[in-house]
Design a protein around this ligand. Structure first.
Ligand code: NI
Ligand code: MN
Length: 229
């Protein structure tokens, strides 16, 4: 399995059964090293919520690759109306795709969709994703604050890799993301959603240091945009 980080909250995950892209914010992302045109072959485009830094280029990518956008019902419906292929789900539900299982988890966040005219449309609930690849569970938390049911997620699913936001202001900060790791108990934690814009600037070294001290069973792995693991 290969995990490629494309900056902000965008990950491309590739394994034998498929290739998915999560939160494809590429155009307009000052840190992205990939362009939407670079993707020709995708099996699913997972979008955690309607904010522009997550929905990003999802509709164009769906049209270009034929891959369905996998999102909560309201957001899936929005995308489908604009010419994308979509698979609607909702928080708590799981579905087996050709590439593997996807389960939607709670995320404490908004999901308004900003139209080109600047109006805000209701986009349903924000979510996170549990994804089963090669028999292993990956967790992309989406945008979220810290919540106690992360412990429940960690207890029900042995998480191999957790992608957690650390940028603060809109989402968890460094301290809360370390606490989240304590609750989720993943083998590997990849921090995300920081340093894209000045308001979410964070010292990732501090996160890795605190994680090592407080959650020694989880190893932190900070990827720069364009890097893989
Ligand atoms: Ni957001
Ligand atoms: Mn965001």
């Amino acid at each position: 399995m290969h995990i490629h980080f494309h900056g902000h909250a965008c990950f491309e995950i590739e394994w034998e059964a498929g290739r998915i892209l999560i939160d494809p914010f590429l155009s307009g992302n000052p840190t992205a090293t990939a362009k939407p045109e670079d993707f020709t072959d995708l099996d699913g485009i997972l979008v955690t919520h309607g904010h522009g830094d997550h929905l990003g280029d999802a509709i164009q990518l769906s049209k270009q690759t034929g891959a369905p956008i996998i999102a909560v019902f309201e957001l899936a419906n929005y995308c489908q109306k604009r010419g994308a292929k979509a698979h609607a789900m909702h928080v708590g539900g799981k579905h087996e795709f050709a590439f593997g299982w996807v389960k939607l988890t709670q995320a404490v966040h908004g999901s308004g969709i900003e139209t080109p005219e600047g109006d805000m449309i209701y986009g349903g609930l924000a979510c996170g994703f549990l994804i089963q690849a090669e028999g292993k569970w990956l967790y992309h938390a989406g945008d979220t604050g810290l919540f106690g049911d992360m412990e429940l997620i960690g207890r029900r699913y042995p998480i191999e890799v957790a992608m957690l936001p650390i940028g603060d202001n809109f989402v968890m900060g460094v301290e809360e993301a370390v606490h989240a790791s304590q609750l989720l108990r993943p083998k590997v934690v990849i921090p995300m959603h920081y340093n894209t814009f000045p308001v979410i600037a964070q010292d990732v070294g501090e996160f890795l240091h605190l994680l090592q001290r407080r959650v020694p069973e989880s190893s932190g792995k900070a990827l720069k945009p364009g890097e893989s693991c």
